[in-house]
Structure formats: C-alpha cells, structure tokens
Design a protein around this ligand. Structure first.
Ligand SMILES: Nc1ncnc2c1ncn2[C@@H]1O[C@H](COP(=O)(O)OP(=O)(O)OP(=O)(O)O)[C@@H](O)[C@H]1O
Ligand SMILES: [Mg+2]
Length: 393
C-alpha cells in the first residue's frame, strides 16, 4: 500500500459501496412511495364506494317484497328528487291502467290510483294527447312545476315522458276531489256524507293559502287558470291541497279546433274579463276562488241548467243575497243547519262577495282572503263528523 497516495483499489471499492447504498436507498424510497400511493388509492376507492352506495341508497326505493318482480328497473331520480319513471313501471303500478283503478277523468285524460314498488300510493295522470309538445319541452315544464312546493299544493312526485306518452305522478289524496264531497253521487240522500261547516272553513283557508303561495310567494307569480272544486284535493284527514297549478302550458288544444278547458278554464269559474277579453291576471284566480267559496256555502254547483230560472248560474243567483243578513242564511247549504254562527256566515259571505266582483280591481288579494279566514278557523276542530265520508282508501 502506498503511503500518502490514493489507493485505486480502495477508492474503487469505496465508490462501489457508496453506489450500492445509494441504489438500496433509491429502491427503498421508491417502494415506500409506491406503497403509500397504493394505500392512498385504496383509501380513495373505499371512500368513493361509500359515497356511491349512499347516493344510490337515497335514490333507490325500498322494495316491497310483494313487488320485487316488478323492480328490475327502479326509477331514476334527478338531482332534486323528481322521479323519472318508465312507462313499464307506471303500467305495473296501476295494474296495467286497469279500469278498476280509475279515480277520475279530467281535461288531460284519466287519473289512476297506483302503488309504486316502494309501497307508496300515487295518482297517475295519463295524458290523452301530448299535443305539439315535445319530450324535452314537457320535461322542462315539469322541472319548473316541481319548484313550486308548499304544504297547500299537491306534490308532484315524478313523470314519464317519451315521444308518444306523457304521464304525471302525484301524491295520492285519499279523499279525492272536493266536488265529490259537496255533491256526493252515491250518497246524495245521506247528509252525513257531506262535509261539516268547520271542515269547509278549513278547506277554504287551506285552498286560499295554496293560491296565496302561487300568487305572492313565487316570482314571477303563477296564475292557476283552472281553480275549481275538483282541483282541491283532500287527504285522509280532509286537509286540502290545490292541484293542477301551472299546467296550462302542458295542455293542448283538443283536435278539430275545439279549445280545451285548459286554455279557457271551466264553465262557471271563469272571471268575466278573462272570458271576454282573454286578459288573465291573478285576480282571475281570485274570482274562481270566490266561486268555490260559494260552493262551500251553498252546496250548489257553479252552473246547473236544471235549476229554476234565475238560479242556474251560482254567482248571479248568490251575489245579490250575500250582503243581505236576512237573505244570506237562505242560500246556505241546508245540510249545514245548526253548525254555523250568523257572524261566521256573514264574514265568509262578505269574502265571497268581494272575490266574485265583476270588476277585477275590486277583488281582494289572496293574502287578504287568508287573513280574513284565519280567525274563523278555530284551532281545536274535530273532523269526527266527516269520518263517514266516502274515501278512496
Ligand atoms: N292526486 C290525486 N289523488 C286522488 N285523486 C285524484 C288525484 N288527482 C285527481 N284525482 C281525482 O281525479 C279526478 C279528475 O282529476 P283531473 O285533474 O284529471 O280532472 P279535473 O280536476 O276534473 O279537471 P281538470 O283536468 O280541468 O283539472 C279528480 O276529481 C279527483 O277525484
Ligand atoms: Mg284536476
């Protein structure tokens, strides 16, 4: 070994050793990095799976064991909770749109009672014809409708739309339309089937709140256009919700140039200025509301050709008597006798009289109507008297 000089052997092995150490360090570090990446990736997958399974749980429905067979294709929910159904699902929910499940017919078509795969009862409105409206346009309208949410408006649960069929799916209202209880067909002789005074007052208030929401709590305001007793639906406890709001655009003119009721409203409920000039404002709805209030007071339909001369049109017959203390009791529904106080009748009659004023500007706002009705609807009410009313359940 040379003293003072660099031993080439030594320096070669020294650097070889260093090189090996560096290599080992690199391999170790790389392995640690790969392992950390693997751990991070697994954790990411785990979290992602959890999120996905939570999301699909909240969107899918709880399957009733009875209906498992029909649940191969569960409804797909859009981001904001409106269900998009397939025609097959609604076909199976309504027993193939069977006649026994028809709960009514209207300007759009038939309404069927149905049960979804999760056991929820629904009302399925099958539109006779979709008019010129395309699938996308229909979907957009429905998307707008679903933004109108209030405890006093009927809940839209979902829809089904393809090129040939359009259906709307609503919450099911066990006691159907108000008109069925004011003018029961099967139980016309049985006064117990008719709604009592307190229930009528509450229905009047709840329906007023529904319209108030559309007119005053939504921007721009929504005009119902077809407010009437059949569009006030009653749940199993006879609480009222307004239905078919904002559907005017979804309707279509009937074939042969005949204008649908959707465009012009329903006979007996249409405000005079709208009928004459087509000028539509929220005050047109207030007029229609006044007509419903008259139906609740008198138990008479808005137009009845079978009535004696001068009594056929409810508004024309009732209006002159509404503000006369003596006469007003004479127009009251005879089945309500003994249930109301004079004071209450005078107040409700005064509200009705203002709502059906021929001059739109003299009609109140729905907020005013609500304010006037609130004190009349007592907090402790019993629905015992209406327990025997006909029910769809
Ligand atoms: N969500 C529902 N739950 C229970 N029954 C309903 C429901 N929707 C409608 N019905 C029943 O179906 C009937 C017909 O309703 P539909 O809305 O089709 O017609 P309409 O109200 O008579 O007229 P329009 O088409 O002008 O609204 C109602 O009177 C009511 O008895
Ligand atoms: Mg309706």
């Amino acid at each position: 070994m040379e003293k003072g000089g660099e031993d080439p052997e030594f320096s070669y092995s020294y650097y070889r050793r260093k090189e090996r150490i560096a290599l080992v360090a690199i391999v170790v570090l790389a392995s640690v990095a790969v392992a950390s990446l693997l751990v991070a990736f697994s954790y990411y997958c785990y979290i992602r799976n959890k999120v996905l399974s939570k999301r699909s749980k909240s969107h899918s429905t709880v399957v009733d064991s009875k209906d498992k067979a029909c649940c191969t294709d569960l409804e797909v929910a859009t981001d904001e909770g409106l269900h998009v159904f397939t025609f097959k699902q609604l076909h199976s929910a309504t027993g193939g749109f069977s006649k026994s499940n028809v709960v009514g017919h209207g300007g759009f078509g038939s309404v069927y009672r149905g049960v979804l795969s999760n056991g929820r009862k629904v009302a399925v409105k099958l539109m006779d014809q979709a008019g010129k409206q395309g699938e996308e346009e229909f979907k957009m309208e429905v998307e707008l409708l679903k933004r109108l949410r209030s405890p006093y408006l009927l809940d839209l649960i979902g829809y089904c739309s393809n090129s040939s069929r359009k259906l709307l799916v609503y919450e099911f209202m066990a006691n159907g339309g108000l008109q069925e209880h004011l003018y029961p067909i099967n139980g016309s002789n049985n006064v117990n089937l008719k709604l009592d005074w307190e229930t009528r007052l509450r229905i009047a208030l709840e329906a007023a709140k529904g319209l108030e929401y559309l007119h005053e709590h939504v921007s721009p305001p929504v005009i119902h256009r077809d407010f009437k007793s059949s569009n006030i639906l009653l749940d199993k406890n006879f609480h009222a919700k307004v239905s078919d709001f904002g559907l005017a655009k979804l309707g279509s003119d009937k074939a042969g140039g005949h204008v649908s009721t959707r465009v012009l409203g329903t006979q007996g409920y249409v405000a005079p200025e709208y009928a004459l000039t087509g000028h539509l404002t929220t005050k047109s709805d207030v007029y229609s509301y006044g007509v419903v209030l008259l139906e609740l007071l008198t138990g008479r339909v808005p137009v009845d050709a079978k009535r004696p001369h001068g009594e056929g049109v409810l508004v024309s017959w009732a209006l002159p008597q509404l503000t006369d203390r003596e006469k007003v009791v004479q127009i009251m529904d005879p089945t309500l006798e003994g249930q109301y106080s004079m004071k209450e009748v005078i107040q409700v009659a005064a509200i009705a009289a203002m709502c059906v004023q021929p001059e739109a500007d003299y009609r109140p706002l729905m907020a005013d109507v609500v304010q006037s009705l609130v004190p009349l609807v007592k907090t402790h009410r019993s629905t015992a008297n209406v327990g025997g009313c006909s029910s769809f359940q």
